[in-house]
Design a protein around this ligand. Structure first.
Ligand code: WT7
Length: 668
């Protein structure tokens, strides 16, 4: 398609685009527009034609070992070459056997002595407005120094290190220093409570914790250190805590256990001879929610994970070394691991880190920063896009946004309305949007358009990445016809897949490879259209997606069960315009307890303490009992209807006591 024609068509489609701010809604199934890559974008793209995508994809699935072997050889720096590409004994994969490498070296050392050495690796903006630029050379020196500090503290390869930091450059330094010495990091999102920190540290038996006096969020200090102090009352394995000074507020330091980052840091050497580790050496554990109460420690290893993060960044974000890339996800989630740290730095790009809230001091903070730092790529979540839409177009229109060339979306399905708003208001009709489907477990993006090659359909994550073979199946594992909803599985192993759940391989096998023996089940429902595009509808298990945060209903129920007033609890999701899903909990209370607003507030606070404030329910409903079958099983289907304010549908004849429905319906 010629540039002029593309522009004419774009203009036409833009004028046709519904003004979403006027709340005119189109539904995903009715949205038929296709946005082809512009000739201008294609000309500069890392992969610039549909034919080349199809050719490479065909090779990647027909000869996966040849394909992945070539990529790993070309893209990663090896200390010892691998001798086998894949050993697959479902569900256990061994990628690049015999090979040795150092992940930190692949992110830093490889750029030293090149033109990148003095280029910014990280540009940081704190919420109060402080800005720091760190070059590749400086970042490498920081990492080397911290690697020595770790070693002096007795941390050795394979030891676990918990990181509980705000979004500051030191979080990246800490992760890479772990990788450098082969220690396994587990980053705990700063919104998690002390109970959640304790559970995670105990599950992986971390030896060292890295935290800060605080971080800035909405003009206030998030108190990280007191949460760590409370957690560490019940964590026998932790020997030391390194505390970064960020906010300068006073914190208690435990004698013999806690040290200041700037003290241990002083005068240390800036170079560090890195050891090489096996391809399958554990790189990190990241805890995520599942359908039972206990969070799962997803384990990722070195070479395969890095290859996935690096290659998807290159193709899907069309990443160049002169890009300035802003991912708004916290480093505590997988998105921050793969697309702030490993994928970006291994490609030698510049990553922009922002510490705080998107509406601090005003709702145009992102747009201000994009102009101020000439950001070229923005990767954010539909829940944020919906908030921007709600705050109003004027906050966007005040800014130029002319440095942007590509936009990304992740975390939940993006509605065509939000997609079109993002495309028009932020991308000015010029920037392709990559809607990226993946999971903590998959390590890197699995389904997304390669922007110079694949035409975009608003609301669809489009086509699979190289080597990825998703299929939509019924309960029995039989593929369903195109256009039919089903469950999504991934039929072939891929390099960045999780290797196990930390300390619980049985749960790993059962959770991911149990429903369809030997085949990875995603937990998501989806359909494929006639062009092969995937339309993902969301979780089909008991996992909720609240503002892009994954929360297990069982986890919330387990937290509520520890409250003295609670007899029984059930948590469900209800559709929410802003958050995607909102959390509603149903509680029956013990005799003698008064059901009032104070109790409801107390239950919310309890969940905040047990999990984290982001998991506090939007609504708490109290009743003498919950709807159950005669055999005692809580009927969630009914609770979901009640939560959504829908009429209760389906069979209610098996209920033990029908009157509880009315009791629950009468509350907010
Ligand atoms: C779940 C994984 C890995 C990114 C952050 C979330 C949902 C993620 C999309 C998308 C529709 C999406 C799925 C998935 N999800 N991206 N583009 N379209 N749904 O990681 O916390 O492991 O959650 O997020 O339901 O299973 P996560």
């Amino acid at each position: 398609m010629s540039g002029a024609r593309t522009n004419a068509r774009l203009k036409k489609s833009l004028t046709k685009a519904p003004n979403v701010s006027d709340q005119k809604k189109t539904s995903a199934s009715r949205e038929k527009r296709v946005f082809k890559p512009s000739a201008e974008f294609q000309r500069q793209a890392n992969l610039g034609s549909l034919a080349s995508y199809k050719k490479l994809y065909a090779e990647s699935v027909n000869s996966p070992e040849k394909f992945w072997g070539r990529q790993a050889k070309e893209l990663l720096v090896w200390r010892k070459p691998f001798t086998s590409v894949l050993k697959w004994k479902a569900p256990h994969a061994k990628w690049f056997g015999g090979g040795k490498l150092n992940v930190a070296e692949n992110c830093l050392d490889r750029h030293l002595g090149t033109a990148l050495e003095n280029k910014a690796a990280i540009i940081f903006e704190g919420e109060p407005g402080d800005v720091r630029t760190i070059t590749y050379k400086q970042l490498s020196m920081h990492v080397c120094r911290l690697a020595h500090v770790f070693e002096n503290m007795g941390v050795v390869a394979g030891d676990r290190v918990a990181i509980y930091l705000p979004m500051v450059p030191e979080a990246v330094v800490a992760m890479l220093a772990c990788a450098r010495i082969g220690a396994v990091h587990t980053v705990i999102f700063g919104g998690f409570s002390s109970e959640a920190i304790k559970d995670r540290i105990n599950d992986c038996k971390a030896k060292l914790v890295i935290t800060a006096d605080g971080g800035w969020r909405r003009g206030k200090i998030i108190e990280l250190k007191p949460a760590v102090d409370r957690a560490l009352e019940g964590t026998p394995t932790v020997q030391s805590v390194i505390v970064l000074k960020r906010t300068g507020n006073e914190v208690k330091m435990a004698e013999g256990r806690d040290v200041w980052w700037h003290d241990v840091w002083k005068g240390g050497p800036n170079t560090h001879k890195a050891k090489a580790f096996d391809s399958e050496h554990p790189l990190f554990i990241l805890y995520t929610s599942g359908s039972t109460g206990k969070p799962k420690g997803v384990l990722h290893t070195s070479a395969g994970y890095l290859l996935g993060a690096k290659m998807t960044s290159h193709y899907i974000f069309d990443l160049k070394q002169n890009d300035r890339y802003f991912c708004s996800a916290d480093i505590g989630w997988i998105t921050g691991h793969s697309y702030v740290v490993y994928g970006l730095l291994s490609n030698g790009s510049t990553v922009f880190l922002y510490e705080g809230a998107p509406n601090q001091p005003e709702p145009d903070r992102f747009w201000q920063m994009i102009d101020r730092h000439a950001i070229t790529i923005l990767y954010t979540a539909p829940t944020a896009i919906r908030a921007f839409m709600r705050w109003g177009d004027n906050y966007v229109l005040k800014h130029r946004l002319d440095s942007l060339r590509l936009l990304g979306s992740v975390g939940e399905p993006i509605s065509p309305e939000a997609w079109l708003w993002y495309h028009k208001l932020i991308g000015k009709g010029r920037c392709p949007i990559v809607d990226t489907w993946w999971q903590t477990e998959t390590g890197s993006i699995m389904i997304a358009p390669i922007p110079g090659a694949v035409p975009l359909k608003p609301g669809s994550a489009s086509l699979p990445f190289f080597g990825i073979v998703p299929k939509i199946v019924d309960e029995k594992g039989k593929e369903v016809p195109r256009g039919t909803d089903g469950k999504m599985i991934i039929t072939k192993p891929w390099p960045s897949m999780l290797r196990t759940l930390w300390g619980d391989d049985e749960r790993f096998q059962k959770t991911y490879f149990g429903d369809y023996p030997g085949i990875y089940f995603t937990g998501d429902g989806a359909k494929q259209d006639k062009d092969g595009y995937f339309w993902i509808s969301g979780r089909v298990d008991d996992v909720l997606n609240i503002s892009g945060h994954r929360i297990g209903t069982a986890e919330v129920e387990a937290a509520l069960a520890t409250h003295p007033a609670v007899a029984e609890a059930a948590a469900v999701g209800r559709p929410d315009d802003l958050k995607g899903q909102a959390l509603v909990v149903f509680v029956s209370i013990k005799t003698g307890v008064t059901a009032d607003d104070k109790l409801k507030e107390d239950l919310r606070a309890h969940i905040g303490r047990e999990i984290g404030s982001f998991a506090k329910p939007d609504s708490v409903r109290i009743a003498p009992s919950l709807p159950k079958t005669r055999s005692g099983k809580i009927v969630r289907r009914i609770l979901k209807d009640i939560a959504a304010g829908r009429q209760v549908t389906g069979d209610t004849t098996t209920l033990e006591d029908i009157s509880v429905i009315a009791a629950l319906q009468t509350q907010d």
